[in-house]
Design a protein around this ligand. Structure first.
Ligand code: ADP
Ligand code: ZN
Length: 724
């Protein structure tokens, strides 16, 4: 039996597993149930594809997206793995063909659409009784839960899976599940003492930018001209918006198309296909576009209009950079969008729902307006801790100076106080600036605060109000026309002279390529030979065309970039390139090598493969977590006596990341827990952890209250595991 790592290297051409992949794989191989929560692009597929190749029999993969299914099967076949799919869009002849392959045991993986489960009263599942099944993988597992955002009745047929196949392991995978949904999935699928693996939602290779929504078209065109090789998605709110934007881009010579629910399904399928095949560079779309878009080389996702909530924003931006290469998310923000969306959020007769939507909208606008690391905001939104300083968002990359706003804040707050907290911001600003508007009554004019803010313009006061609101110095009622209200903090400023210090941007970071970030791919500080890169892309497109699959199924951009940087000259050297497994070397090696060698001759270059970090040792290890190189570096630095802060600084990572690395060494017994925390705290943490079916750090922390950090909880759990 081959080890998972050997399979990974031979079939998929990757060096090592990402965090949690190896845990999931080991668990499935030992025939136990598994629940995997990973963000989009995290690498869920390998969690069942690798066990499918290790175990005897056929893996049955239930996946709701037909387009994706075909892609996945193509990608497996290109890697030399026998896989197929079955859905009701196929003729019964094709379906029977596939079923007979299944019965003959010729398939390592079979992808099944959910509607096949319910068809003919579940006859498909009955048929599986005569087949040797290695495992069941339930992709997009939130579809089985009413709590999820995409419930599918067909998935309910999976309820009986465990009863019918008690010995076959089930692995459930999803990118979107809050705690209730998570528990429900486990219950609905009847998973038996599943190993629950929850990966960080941080997408380190995506940079987040928020820019004011001004001259959007010019900004986008400039960006596209500065990134001529990049392909991506621009989301707009309305159908008309997508058409206008796309037409404008075309007039400016940019290859783009629009996509929304109002165009025929035939046309939609065509533009989507063209985008996947790199024939369309920029897709301008409403949110209708995206489900099932598995294109790995989406380099940017822009939002020309504000998304309704953080969930949508994160899901949409998450379509960037699935190949692990640096990518960008750019949001064009204006307060006018917030007002527009507020109107949409009000649902007549359903106050509860409206309140929820308004609250989510507010969190979206807070994200855009807050002076805070964008990544930190997102991570905290999803219940993860993050120390900020991600160094790859516009906030972290901007240059600030501090600004003492105490006096102006006092003027503003006293105006609100004098006017008895009965007005919204426009009137307050008019009042402060001594406006002659009819809305200002004679009584108001008689107050001493009237006109005391006339040296500053309207924008200034609007911005100050926004900052005060966001930073909790001021509150606002939750109505369509909201009224400004004082709170405890306001009183401290007004009556106790509390200082109000804000940061002011000295130089705003824009969406241009800046700092390096850690990714799986080690594109080095050497020339990437852009000309060769683009030749390789053309070659890839030709091959893809011939095989009738999307180009990224052949190789990802990341692989091509390694080729153009390291210039491998032989099949042995290709073996060092990420994404070139044994099968692909045989199949495509001869096709790519001549182009590279020719380029080397013309430009008098030679192979730089020795500059690539050598492939990791091939023997499988028990605990894969602490073998990964980045962890090892942190560990060495820690053992050498550096503090967390020092390590974070040296490695240019957050303290949080450093701590997460170290926790793995506690679990592996290489660091004693008492070096890192007060041992008397461990017991109370474990007591609470034990009461939870699915341990979530956040839930444990909520129960423990103040006095326990996430880090301590994390260590306690790791320590507890290491003791068992
Ligand atoms: P998900 O289903 O979680 O959205 P995928 O399984 O499609 O993500 O994986 C996203 C991308 O990451 C794919 O291009 C995949 O080949 C790549 N990938 C997954 N695991 C690894 C790994 N261990 N090393 C390198 N690349 C990987
Ligand atoms: Zn940041």
């Amino acid at each position: 039996m081959k080890s998972p790592l050997e399979i990974l290297q031979q079939y998929f051409g990757y060096d090592n597993f990402r965090l949690e992949q190896s845990n999931a794989i080991e668990n499935v191989i030992s025939r136990k149930d598994t629940f995997v929560l990973m963000p989009t692009g995290g690498g869920k597929s390998l969690c069942y594809q690798v066990p499918a190749l290790v175990l005897d029999g056929t893996a049955i993969v239930i996946s709701p997206l037909i387009a994706l299914m075909k892609d996945q099967v193509d990608a497996l076949r290109v890697n030399g793995i026998s896989a197929s799919y079955i859905n009701s869009s196929m003729s019964s002849f094709e379906q029977n063909e596939t079923l007979s392959q299944l019965k003959n045991g010729h398939l390592k993986l079979l992808y099944v659409a959910p509607e096949k489960l319910s068809a003919e009263n579940g006859s498909f599942l009955k048929l599986l009784n005569d087949v040797n099944i290695s495992l069941f993988a339930v992709d997009e597992a939130h579809c089985v839960s009413h709590w999820g955002h995409d419930f599918r009745p067909d998935y309910l047929f999976l309820n009986d899976l465990k009863k019918q196949f008690p010995k076959t392991p089930i692995i459930a995978l999803t990118a979107s599940a809050d705690e209730i949904t998570r528990k429900d999935i486990i219950k609905q699928l009847n998973l038996q003492q599943p190993l629950v693996l929850i990966s960080s939602f941080d997408r380190a290779n995506i940079k987040y930018f928020v820019q004011p929504k001004q001259s959007v078209l010019q900004n986008i065109i400039q960006y596209l001209n500065e990134h001529p090789n990049d392909s991506g998605i621009i989301y707009c709110l309305s159908r008309k918006g997508t058409e206008e934007m796309s037409n404008n881009l075309r007039e400016n010579g940019i290859n783009s198309a629009f996509y929304h629910a109002g165009i025929s399904s035939l046309e939609r399928a065509k533009v989507q296909e063209d985008f996947l095949k790199d024939k369309i560079r920029v897709m301008v779309a409403t949110i209708a576009f995206g489900m099932g878009i598995d294109k790995s080389n989406v380099r940017f996702v822009m939002h020309a209009d504000l998304p309704k909530n953080i969930e949508s924003y994160y899901q949409e931006t998450g379509r960037a950079g699935r190949d692990g290469l640096p990518s960008e998310a750019i949001l064009f923000y204006s307060n006018a969008d917030v007002i527009k969306l507020k109107r949409f959020a009000m649902i007549e007769g359903n106050e509860e729902q409206s309140d929820l939507m308004l609250q989510k909208l507010k969190q979206m606008s807070d994200f855009a307006e807050m002076q805070k690391c964008r990544r930190q905001y997102l991570m905290e939104y999803f219940g993860e801790k993050h120390d900020g300083n991600c160094n790859s968002c516009d906030y972290c990359l901007s240059d600030f100076e501090s600004w003492d706003a105490t006096v102006d804040a006092q003027k503003l707050l006293s105006a609100i106080y004098r006017l008895k907290e009965r007005y919204g911001k426009n009137l307050i600003i008019d009042f402060l600036r001594g406006s002659k508007s009819v809305k200002i009554t004679d009584y108001m004019r008689s107050l001493p605060t009237y006109g005391i803010g006339n040296t500053q313009d309207k924008n200034y006061w609007q911005n100050l109000i926004r900052q005060l609101l966001i930073n909790g110095f001021l509150s606002e009622s939750n109505e369509e026309f909201s009224v400004l209200k004082l709170n405890e903090e306001s009183n401290l400023v007004l009556f106790k002279n509390k200082k109000v210090i804000f940061k002011k941007v000295r130089e705003q970071a824009k969406a241009v390529t800046v700092a390096e970030i850690e990714t799986d791919y080690s594109v080095p500080n050497i020339d990437t030979n852009d000309e060769l890169f683009s030749e390789l892309r053309t070659l890839r497109r030709e091959i893809a065309e011939r095989e009738n699959v999307p180009p990224y199924v052949i190789f990802s951009d990341a692989t091509l970039l390694e080729l153009s940087s390291y210039l491998p000259n032989s099949k042995e050297e290709l073996n060092q390139i990420s994404g070139f497994g044994a099968f692909k070397i045989e199949k495509y090696g001869e096709l790519f090598l001549p182009t590279i060698i020719n380029y080397c001759i013309v430009h008098q270059l030679s192979s730089k493969i020795i500059e690539k970090k050598p492939k990791k040792k091939r023997e499988p290890k028990k605990t894969n977590n602490n073998t990964s190189e980045t962890f090892a570096i942190t560990f060495e630095l820690y053992k050498a006596g550096n503090t967390f802060e020092e390590i974070a600084k040296i490695r240019n990572l957050s303290i949080n990341t450093i701590q997460n690395h170290l926790v793995n060494f506690v679990a592996a017994g290489k660091i004693e827990a008492d070096e890192l925390m007060d041992m008397s705290k461990i017991e109370p943490i474990i007591e609470i952890a034990k009461t939870q079916t699915i341990p979530s750090l956040k839930a444990i922390k909520d129960e423990l209250g103040e006095g326990f950090s996430y880090f301590e909880i994390h260590i306690a759990i790791a320590y507890h595991k290491s003791q068992q």
